[in-house]
Design a protein around this ligand. Structure first.
Ligand code: FES
Ligand SMILES: [Fe+2]
Length: 344
């Protein structure tokens, strides 16, 4: 194994491990007008053709580097606003109107990001130089099974995505930060936790307390990184039993994160309609209120808040996940270094 520097590890961790799908934004953000978004250390441009297919490239013209998003979408290609170079969805400069036949014409200097649209969101594959082909994107059953009904709740927070991950890997904060909430006022304020392995990751769970409060979180990796938890619901919360939450967090930049929490329940037929009605009319506002408590807490943190911690047993889940993420990044950097390839 060749050694990789701490700086390279920290940079890649900050931008997000490579070779996986990342949630980018709600589908409706992307239209025929090019949209520039920063994600995972890249500035990306997104657009659609008039049949609705979505595309993404690095938002940088191969001619002189201006944002392609300042140009015009033309089907599956985008025409730079500066000198009209046309770059197609593979990243190939297919036309150079000012200098036909130049070396730039037909060359590929622009990174293309494969896209998928699932459950109301756009996902982009961010691969490194050794992994151009994306893996399958498999989302948790709450998002794929017809037995569930869900609402995607998208937000952008001013904080490092790793703090958002830590927050979800920390079930005990429900008992304290959210103690006034309608669904997290029950259960013991002291707890013993354990880690249980799963086929795609692990569950961090309270011993001897289930279906009382926010009692466990699961980390999974199946083409994309996701977190899952359940919160028990009182009868006033309507049909469907526990409230399931599936979350994904994507780095926007050093101090900004794109987040989606799908709010899901296992409901069908009339129960499905009741839940969807109840959610829109009563529950959604309450859930945003709870989420605001998390956002305000995390946005107040200094960038080095996690550099001076004194952790205890309840933090075992987030310590484990930090190690998993770090190991992914070290493996990726090592493979790139051994192959003599670029990092990003
Ligand atoms: S910078 Fe884009 S065409 Fe010149
Ligand atoms: Fe929370």
């Amino acid at each position: 194994m060749s050694a990789v520097s701490e700086t390279a590890i920290e940079t890649l961790l900050g931008n997000g491990a490579r070779n996986q799908w990342y949630m980018i934004c709600p589908s409706h953000f992307v239209t025929e007008k090019p949209l520039s978004l920063r994600r995972c250390g890249y500035r990306m441009v997104f657009w659609r053709d008039n049949a609705g297919a979505a595309f993404a490239l690095e938002d940088r013209c191969p001619h002189r580097g201006v944002p392609l998003s300042c140009g015009i979408a033309m089907g599956d290609r985008i025409s730079c606003g500066y000198h009209g170079v046309q770059v197609d969805s593979r990243g190939v400069a297919v036309r150079v109107p000012g200098a036909p036949g130049s070396k730039l014409e037909g060359s590929r200097h622009t990174k293309a990001f494969p896209l998928r649209e699932r459950n109301g969101l756009i996902f982009a594959y961010v691969g490194d130089e050794l992994h151009a082909e994306p893996p399958a994107l498999e989302l948790p059953e709450e998002l794929t099974s017809p037995e569930f009904s869900s609402f995607p709740c998208y937000a952008e927070w001013n904080g490092d995505y790793r703090y958002v991950i830590d927050n979800v890997m920390d079930p005990m904060h429900g008992t304290f930060l959210h103690k006034q909430s309608h669904s997290m006022s029950f259960g013991d304020a002291k707890a013993t936790f354990r880690i249980r392995e799963t086929p795609t990751g692990f569950v961090f769970e309270k011993e001897g307390q289930r279906n009382v409060n926010f009692d466990w979180t699961e980390y999974g990796h199946s083409g994309a990184f996701w977190l899952r938890l359940e919160i028990p619901y009182p009868k006033t919360g309507g049909p469907g039993g526990n409230f399931h939450i599936v979350g994904m967090m994507t780095p926007i930049g050093p101090n900004a994160t794109a987040i989606v929490f799908w709010r899901c329940r296992k409901v069908s037929d009339w129960q499905r309609d009741t839940w969807r009605f109840l959610y829109k009319n009563r529950l959604e506002a309450r859930h945003w209120h709870v989420l605001e408590q998390d956002r305000l807490m995390l946005e107040q943190c200094d960038a080095d808040a996690n550099g001076r911690e004194n952790l205890y047993a309840h933090d075992m889940g987030l310590v484990r996940l930090r190690r998993v993420l770090r190991n992914q990044v070290v493996e990726q950097l090592t493979a790139l270094a051994e192959a003599g390839r670029h990092v990003a």
